[in-house]
Each structure stands twice: as structure tokens, then as C-alpha cells.
Design a protein around this ligand. Sequence first.
Ligand SMILES: NC(=O)c1ccc[n+]([C@@H]2O[C@H](COP(=O)([O-])OP(=O)(O)OC[C@H]3O[C@@H](n4cnc5c(N)ncnc54)[C@H](O)[C@@H]3O)[C@@H](O)[C@H]2O)c1
Length: 331
Amino acid sequence: MDKQKRIVVTGAGGFIGHHLVKRLKKDGHWVRGADIKYPEYEASAADQFEILDLRKYENCLLATRGGIDEVYNLAADMGGIGYITANHADISRNNILINAQMLEASRQNGVPRFLFSSSACVYNQAKQKDPDVKPLREEDAYPADPEPGYGWEKLFAEELCHYYYKDFGFETRIVRFHNVYGPLGTYDGGKEKAPAAISRKVALAADGGEIEVWGDGEQTRSFMYVDDCVEGLIRLMASDYRDALNLGTDELVTINELVDMVARVAGKRIRKRHNLTGPQGVRGRNSDNTRLREVLGWEPSIRLEQGLAITYPWIASQVAPQRVAEMVDAV
Ligand SMILES: NC(=O)c1ccc[n+]([C@@H]2O[C@H](COP(=O)([O-])OP(=O)(O)OC[C@H]3O[C@@H](n4cnc5c(N)ncnc54)[C@H](O)[C@@H]3O)[C@@H](O)[C@H]2O)c1
């Protein structure tokens, strides 16, 4: 093992943060988690877990106190396309506060290294109009025309990280995630993303049943399994790369293909009912991993069907009581 480090993970009550804490503990580090909530599905592995609203500067100072070596700033107000389309003002305000103040508090507390979790939502929307989209290279974020709200605040926070390095020599790392999925992720309530939402719908449907799909289902995306995501995060933090870097797969699928894959994993025949008024985001989005390979000498390798074979059973086990209740009601 490398030397033991003292590491802060914000958003440790959330999906990626929770998995990252587990991995950092397995690697032998001391970890403090911070979030406004505890993890929903199992206890955190963190040495300390503090409930802190990171929109408040004094809480950011608390989160980063005491000789911390690295901060992974994953806390954010976020969700799937339905949620980020409906909440531009709240999301932008909350995340600008969290990111600006976590940066400053980390600097004031002398933290040597800070990682900011950005998103593929920063990419110029005009470059994502075709389902057969050209994979997005890091420079395709400019000229800036990102997703309203969520994409704009992520892009601005990336810039802020650059300014902190330029003006203060503060070491920042910037990752642009492309659609992360896996067990222990939100699967209902409105903040879930496509793989989890589709898995939930398929789990609740009978064999031969029908599920609703937003849009015509021909919109395309690539999806990354959470273990690959965590590996990439740790590698990027250890690197000396300060520009934004894609972290995703380039296995492009349509949402219809995603549904078929989940149905195959579930062993069910599923029909799709397309809701053309549902939010569907950009038409196509894929990750160009050329720079990722150059910088990290590595890229995510878990195929979507492999990852779904682990994720679907977990979601199915979570919704099983609901399905039983619905079957009893129907009798
Ligand atoms: N999951 C993805 O596909 C994806 C894609 C692109 C970017 N990201 C980014 O990765 C990071 C982690 O995403 P995730 O999927 O784990 O999301 P998540 O919603 O599961 O986790 C985010 C966590 O931040 C916490 N949080 C929100 N507001 C807070 C506040 N004021 N103070 C403290 N904590 C607060 C939430 O409670 C939540 O636990 C986020 O920055 C997100 O924008 C994720």
C-alpha cells in the first residue's frame, strides 16, 4: 500500500462517494465522509462521518480541518434528466455554493490536493444532436453551450479550479463523469438515472409486460460501472493532470438497447411504451477516451451487460417487497 493518507470525501452519503469511501478504506487510508445525509442502503465505511450542509462556509472548514491530504468533492444537488431539467435555480445555487466554498476552505486548511467532480453535461449541446454522435473530446466543452443549470455550474466550477491553481498554486483535479451506475445507487424518488430507472421498471413489470421509456428511445449514451469510476478517480487524483478529463466508457447504446439488455439480464420479455413528452436530454453523448488513456494509462473496461448483471439483481431485491404488495393489491 502507498503511505496511509487522511482523505475527505464529500457526498459520502451518495452513490459514488459511498463506493469511493469503501475502496479508500480497503486501500488502508483514514477517511472522513461529509454529507447532509447518511448512505441510504448500508452503513458508511468511513472512520468519521459528519452530517454537514456544505452550502455553509463554516461547515466546509469543519469538513476539511485537521491535516487532510486529499479532498474528493463529490457533494452535489443532482439527479437524472427529469430532476436536472426541472430544478435549474436550486441546483445551480446549491452547487455553486458547495464548490466555491469547498475549494476555499480546502485551501485555507492547507489541503494539498482537491478533486472536483464535473460532468459530461458541460459539453456543448450543438455537438450532441445526433444519436450517432462523435465521441466528445475534452475541448468540445467550448465554445460554451452546456446543459442549462447543472451543466453551467459544473463548467464554471471547473474554471474556478483552474483559477485556484493559476492564482494560488492550489492543486486541483477535474473529472468529467459520463453516466455512472451500479448497486447502492438511487433507483426511485425522481433523482434516479436511466439504468436504475429502467432496472426498477423492469423489476416491477411482469414477464411479457410493458414499461414506459422517455422519448423515442433512440437517444444514445455510454454508461460506466461504479468500480471503474472509483478506480479512475483514484488514478486521476494521483496523477499530475490539472485539466478536465473524461471518465466514462465509449460503449454507445440507445436507450431502447439499454432496455433490451436489462430485460435480457432479468430474463423477462418487455414491451416499450414511448412517452414522447418525457425529458430525454441531448440526442447522443459518448466519451472520447483518447486523453484518458494517455494520462492514466488505463480506461474503464467493464462492459454494460456485465455491470447490469450485478446492478439489476440488487435493484430487483430492493423493489421486491413493492412488487409483492402490488400483486396482493391486484388480487
Ligand atoms: N452518477 C453520475 O452518473 C454522475 C454523472 C456526472 C457527474 N456526477 C457527479 O458526481 C458526483 C457524485 O454523484 P452521485 O451519483 O454519487 O450523486 P448522489 O446524489 O448519489 O450523491 C451526491 C451527494 O451529495 C450530497 N449533497 C447534496 N447537497 C449537499 C450539501 N448541501 N451538503 C452536503 N452534501 C450534499 C447528497 O446528499 C448526496 O448524498 C456529483 O458531483 C455529481 O454531480 C455524477
